[in-house]
Write a protein that binds this ligand. Structure first.
Ligand SMILES: [Fe+2]
Length: 216
């Protein structure tokens, strides 16, 4: 039997808590009716490998510290257009740190790096299509002189045998969403599908639900 490490025990504990908060398996979870809208990949898709790809971006293996900023848990379901769970989906996530800075060779923002922030992860949805990850609330950052990107998380969803979906997840009630040159080009329905929903608080951890619908 595979030995379960303390780190994995913590992860399973989070998943249990998340499933309860999301009402997984009940009518509480939000069911979307349109496919998750596509969005551009952007310039900061990870280029180099790293040792730590796990679902906790607030810690890096071998380091004692934790990432700066508001820690958050993001989780949800991957479903098809009929509402059926999809298993065996791999989800890559990447984002700026709490200061709005990517650790990436194309980055020009001079905001501080965070040596304790993992930056990106590779997630796998479980047999019920449920996924979750722990991270920090990303900072806003300047895309151009006149354009500030609101906090967002990039996702690339791989479903074997189907096209890859690239999208971005946004946060509710952020005033920068309205002026974002990408987000404001979406319809209201699309915007609603791209914004996570705040569903709970566990101590200092804010919990968001973000469901993904693939157009199959
Ligand atoms: Fe970005």
């Amino acid at each position: 039997m595979k030995k379960i490490s303390r780190r994995n025990t913590i992860k399973f504990g989070l998943l249990g808590g998340l499933a309860g908060l999301l009402g997984v398996g009940s009518s509480v979870a939000r069911i979307l009716t349109i496919p998750t809208p596509e969005e551009v990949e952007g310039p900061f898709y990870p280029l180099s490998d790293q040792a730590d790809k796990d679902a906790d971006l607030t810690k890096i293996i071998g380091r004692k510290g934790v990432a700066e900023g508001q820690h958050i848990l993001v989780g949800g379901h991957v479903r098809d257009l009929q509402g059926q769970s999809i298993e065996d989906v791999t989800i890559e996530v990447w984002q700026a740190n709490a200061n709005g800075r990517y650790r990436h060779p194309h980055e020009t923002n001079k905001a501080p790096l965070d040596p304790d922030f993992q930056g990106w992860a590779i997630l796998r949805a479980d047999k019920s299509g449920v996924f979750q990850f722990k991270t920090v609330l990303p900072g806003a950052y300047p895309a151009t002189k006149d354009w500030t990107r609101p906090p967002h998380i990039h996702l690339k969803i791989h479903n074997p045998g189907h096209p890859t979906l690239i999208t971005q997840m946004y946060f509710p009630d952020n005033p920068l969403n309205k002026t974002d040159l990408l987000f404001r080009n979406k319809t209201a329905t699309e915007q609603s599908a791209m914004v996570a929903r705040k569903v709970g608080q566990q101590g200092n951890l804010t919990i968001y639900e973000y469901n993904i619908v693939l157009s199959i």
